[in-house]
Design a protein around this ligand. Structure first.
Ligand code: SF4
Length: 263
């Protein structure tokens, strides 16, 4: 039995968190608000999906807050706060990675800020466990379960408690006439080859946008020591060989990203 004074859903607008949102709206899981952290660079399909979810939440009287701490595409204009995990080629030819700061700065920080705001409005003190944050992680992605790094927030994983896999979530969506896109920034370096191919072949304008972005961060240096690339092959995106399903060295959202991204 929950003793938290506030329960919120962290909505990534992907398959799992959309399935969790439907459970909340059906009254099967309790939450009093949903929070979506906008990095400013989600694919059009995610923003379209988000609009539909806003309408659904409005019908059910559940507040859905879109929060932001800047746009990941502005990395080149700022200091290194918003770096994604770029693949680097250093001046001596060695390879490296830039430290991922995007998930924390663009997702965790604005969601935390909104939670504190909701707590203040309700007069909730930041005592241990005062807030429960529901995460849309399914059983097959249990390795992404991670405790919050502040004591007043306790993360919960209702899909894991139900032993739902991603396939179960998809089925739950389909049963209600829904589907959900993959949620991740257009140029996320964690894309698999399959995802890059889908972007190139299915959304040519977004593919071109990712190419432009890579050129921009390379031209400015983006406060990095080496030349940044969006793909592990460390060549410009149009030259990447995407013919294999995956690439050695290519990190993935599933394996590496914190629970805030892509759920
Ligand atoms: S989806 Fe990728 S680029 Fe976007 S915030 Fe998450 S890790 Fe960073």
């Amino acid at each position: 039995m929950s003793t938290a004074a506030l329960r919120v859903l962290s909505l990534g607008a992907g398959v799992q968190s959309t399935a969790l949102l439907l459970l909340v709206l059906a009254g099967e899981v309790k939450a009093s608000a949903a929070l979506f952290a906008d990095t400013g660079w989600e694919p059009r399909a995610v923003y379209d999906h988000l609009e539909r979810l806003k309408g659904l939440c409005a019908e059910h009287g559940l507040p859905l807050y879109v929060v932001s701490n800047g746009n990941i595409r502005n990395t080149r204009e700022q200091d290194s706060f918003y770096h994604a995990p770029y693949y680097l080629t250093n001046s001596d030819g060695s390879e490296g990675m830039s430290r991922r700061q995007c998930t924390h700065q663009l997702k965790i920080v604005p969601i935390r800020r909104k939670i504190r705001e909701l707590m203040a409005e309700r007069g909730i003190a930041p005592t241990p466990g005062a807030v429960e944050c529901l995460m849309g992680i399914s059983l097959d992605e249990w390795h992404r379960m991670k405790d919050a790094d502040v004591r007043y927030i306790v993360n919960r994983w209702p899909l894991v408690e139900r032993r739902w896999t991603r396939a179960d979530c998809k089925q739950h969506l389909a049963d209600q006439g829904w589907e959900a896109p993959r949620s991740a920034c257009i140029g996320c370096p964690y894309h698999s080859n399959t995802e890059w191919r889908a972007l190139r072949d299915g959304s040519p304008d977004e593919w071109q946008d990712a190419i432009r972005f890579e050129q921009e961060i390379q031209a400015t240096g983006a406060a990095l020591r080496g030349t940044p690339y969006l793909h592990a092959q460390r060549v410009p995106l149009p030259m990447v060989d995407l013919s294999t399903p995956e690439d050695r060295g290519q990190l993935t959202l599933d394996a590496e990203c914190e629970a805030m991204c892509g759920v």
